[in-house]
Write a protein of this length. Structure first.
Length: 162
């Protein structure tokens, strides 16, 4: 009996008809595809993109040179050198991030006691050469200045979960 059913299914092309029916059902539904460069998908406030350094409202950099982010980085992408100032506070003289090594895990952001290093929502960037993958302190501070409104908004939206 199973041989007869198998022959009928083969000659009647029932699997093909079932497949075409499924295709026809989804053919007229709303499409989920977006045209990427022109259309962007919404990003979560917790999106982990390019790293940036923040400043206090008075313009002073937040980083106190504690090196917790350097210690917690699993990819060893952060290099920090710091020294004491005349007033006794410690500040960084060198803060480099190798974006080729960085895995954007967010551990550096979580470990920072003063919210100095943050992950922005920037996910589109490029490098002109291999050496430009290492981002310096001034570049990170400039990026933080440009993105401060977005960073503050994301922090405010995420504050209930921190």
């Amino acid at each position: 009996m199973s041989l007869i059913k198998r022959l009928i299914n083969t000659w009647a092309l029932s699997e093909l008809v079932r497949g075409l029916g499924l295709t026809g059902r989804y053919f007229f539904k709303k499409k989920f595809t977006i045209q990427y460069p022109e259309e962007k998908t919404p990003k979560s406030p917790r999106f982990r993109g390019l790293l940036a350094l923040r400043r206090y409202p008075n313009g002073e950099e937040r980083c106190i040179g504690c090196k917790l982010c350097e210690a917690v980085c699993p990819a060893l992408a952060i290099t920090i050198e710091s020294e004491e100032r005349e007033d006794g506070t410690r500040r960084t003289t060198r803060f480099d991030i190798d974006l080729f090594k960085c895995i954007y895990c967010g551990f550096c952001e979580e470990s920072c006691p003063v919210d100095s290093i943050v992950l922005t929502n920037i996910d589109e960037y490029h490098f002109e050469s291999g050496e430009s993958g290492v981002v310096s302190k001034t570049d990170l501070l400039n990026l933080g200045d440009r993105c401060e409104a977005q960073i503050a908004s994301a922090r405010q939206q995420d504050s209930a979960y921190r």
